[in-house]
Design a protein around this ligand. Structure first.
Ligand SMILES: Nc1nc2c(c(=O)[nH]1)N=C([C@H](O)[C@H](O)COP(=O)(O)OP(=O)(O)OP(=O)(O)O)CN2
Ligand SMILES: [Zn+2]
Length: 127
């Protein structure tokens, strides 16, 4: 079994309600995000690939377009613009076209933050 990953980068603004550092978080501010999407699979015998990286990239384009240079508070179905919700949102966007989707990880490299989403719990209709 192999894990094949592709990353993309996006810049976005948001606000956030928090109990600490509440005032600066409530103001509109921005972050540079890196997203990593991983699929699990076995390489096809003739191509040697789990999936062609070019096809993989196409599957991620729509998700990136929906987030890059956006005000995340206005992105539909995202909810509060946390890294948790961003990883789950990307999962929902790419799942229909990414066979074997295994993990979506969001990184904020400037602050060393990261969050990984491994899919819904036991196929339940919740995070
Ligand atoms: N569990 C989570 N906690 C927090 C998240 C999150 O996505 N999941 N996000 C934030 C905020 O986006 C916040 O802006 C970052 O907060 P903080 O680390 O306190 O801020 P910095 O100023 O150090 O971050 P920079 O990226 O360096 O500006 C908070 N909590
Ligand atoms: Zn923030």
């Amino acid at each position: 079994m192999f894990g094949l990953s592709k990353q993309f980068w996006f810049e976005a603004a948001h606000t956030l309600q928090r109990t600490i550092d509440a005032e600066p978080s409530r103001r509109i501010h921005g972050h540079s995000y890196r997203a990593e999407v991983t699929v699990r699979g076995v390489p096809d015998l003739s191509t040697g690939m789990v999936v062609d990286l070019g096809l993989f990239e196409r599957a991620l384009d729509e998700a990136r377009d929906g987030l890059d240079h956006r005000f995340l508070d206005e992105v539909q179905d995202l909810g509060p613009a946390t890294m948790e919700n961003l990883s789950a949102w990307i999962w929902r966007k790419v799942a229909p076209t990414c066979t074997g989707l295994a993990r979506v990880t969001i990184y904020r490299d400037s602050s060393g933050d990261m969050c990984g989403y491994l899919g819904p719990l036991n196929g339940e209709n919740r995070l």
